[in-house]
Design a protein around this ligand. Structure first.
Ligand code: FAD
Length: 395
């Protein structure tokens, strides 16, 4: 049996679900299938914090408002942060931002991944023009005569004029369709978990840049709880993962200069090897890559999903326009416009992250002096700082 759709989305994670929900809402006449390999995660576990969180920019939050899921997300739990402090951990450089610098209520929100995905997947189930196919995996893709044939791992066959791959950093659709990928390991792994600190976090996001990698403390809704992302050279990360909880807390207290007092306890730790990945093209006739399937970047500025959400907005705009004009959705004249809008922005952010990582990894004395001076100088420059804050907020 073959299910015929206007469009199939591979991957119902953060980006794929947001894309499908926004498009289904804007174009109720389109029939859409979303294929997700992991079982439905709409049932949110609120007993413990999810170790995976994202720092959402205002642009990303607005997207979730448009889709209609922000109230449900906010009702569960989110942590708005009003202040951000950034240190050069090997020097004296310091810069701080406050939401009042730009007259905003907060700089962004820290939200658990499972909260966002759960709310989005629940929304997908309510939309009449979406078929939610889960758990199932896209296993084969064939392109012929402006039609895409998709075989799932449960042998079900789907067919559509456009396949949107939002199946994450290790996208199998990207590989099945032969997209050329530049995959460069950063040589870093990121350790993530939730910790409880002696002092309250005061709704402040904190980040330390050290030569062996950045450390971020992201405030959670409970005032002593922090989600951290600690990027370290791979061998050092393995050593930190092997420590007992008590020893790990001591190391983390030291790395954070005990700025929230002692780190008192840590949840189960997870470690992710970090890669910079970017495909030469985001589109082929009948296929479009979205989010991490097209680009993955170092989490040091917490921009991964925020870039993915900007891809969502751009592709939905193009498809809505095409649909109104009666153009085939998989046509390169439609998809090419999406690629032209998104590739420069993603590439620029990727290069900036690489530059940041290298700037702070440098042992060169002059570079270190310059970077310390630079940070402190920017901290005193009201207008430049204002512009930086607006950019970080995705405005
Ligand atoms: C340590 C760390 C910290 C981060 N912190 C931040 C942050 O603060 N802010 C930020 O913006 N970003 C952050 N990111 C990046 C962010 O997590 C990713 O950019 C985001 O998860 C990408 O979403 P996605 O939907 O593209 O991919 P994913 O979240 O990976 O979703 C892909 C989905 O596709 C499904 N799937 C896979 N293969 C198939 C298949 N063949 N068929 C069907 N379904 C399939 C998977 O089950 C999954 O649900 C961080 C990343 C890391 C590693």
């Amino acid at each position: 049996m073959t299910g015929q759709y206007d469009l199939v989305v591979a991957g119902g994670g953060l980006v794929g679900s947001a894309f499908a929900a926004l498009l289904a809402d804007r174009c109720p006449d389109l029939s859409i299938a979303v294929v997700e390999s992991r079982p439905f995660s709409g049932h949110y576990q609120d007993s413990e914090f999810d170790p995976r969180v994202v720092a959402l920019t205002e642009t990303s939050r607005q997207l979730l408002v448009q889709i209609g899921v922000w109230p449900a997300i906010a009702e569960r739990r989110v942590a708005p942060y009003t202040h951000m402090s950034v240190w050069d951990a090997d020097g004296t450089g310091f810069i701080e931002f406050d939401s009042s610098d730009v007259g905003a209520l907060c700089l962004g929100h820290i939200v658990e991944n499972s909260n966002i995905v759960g709310a989005l997947q629940q929304r997908l189930q309510q939309l009449a023009n979406i078929d939610w196919i889960c758990p199932a995996k896209v296993a084969q893709v064939e392109q012929q005569n402006n039609q895409i044939s998709i075989e799932l791992d449960n042998s079900e066959q789907l067919s559509s004029t456009l396949l949107v791959a939002a199946d994450g950093a290790l996208s199998s659709v990207r590989d099945l369709c032969g997209f050329q990928l530049d995959d460069t390991p950063y040589g870093h792994s990121a350790i993530v978990a939730t910790v409880r600190c002696q002092h309250p976090h005061s709704n402040t996001a904190r980040q330390w840049f050290a030569s062996d990698g950045p450390l971020a403390f992201l405030p959670l809704p409970e005032k002593h709880s922090i989600s951290f992302v600690w990027s370290q050279r791979e061998q050092k990360a393995d050593e930190l993962m092997a420590l007992s909880d008590e020893e790990f807390c001591t190391q983390l207290t030291r790395a954070s200069s005990a700025c929230l007092g002692t780190v008192e306890s840590v949840s189960k730790r997870f470690c992710f090897p970090l890669h910079q990945r970017h495909t030469s093209d985001y589109v082929q006739p009948g296929i479009a890559l979205l989010g991490d399937a097209a680009h993955t970047i170092h989490p040091l500025a917490g921009q991964g999903v925020n870039l993915g959400f900007k891809d969502v907005i751009a592709l939905v705009d193009e498809l809505q326009r095409a649909s109104q004009r009666g153009l085939p959705l998989g046509d390169m004249s439609v998809l090419g416009r999406y690629q032209r809008q998104r590739k420069p922005d993603n590439l620029a952010t990727m290069l900036a992250m690489k530059g940041f990582k290298e700037l702070f990894a440098s042992d060169n004395l002059e570079v270190r002096l310059l970077r310390n001076e630079g940070m402190s100088l920017v901290n005193r420059m009201g207008l430049v700082k204002k512009q930086l804050v607006r950019q970080a907020m995705g405005l």
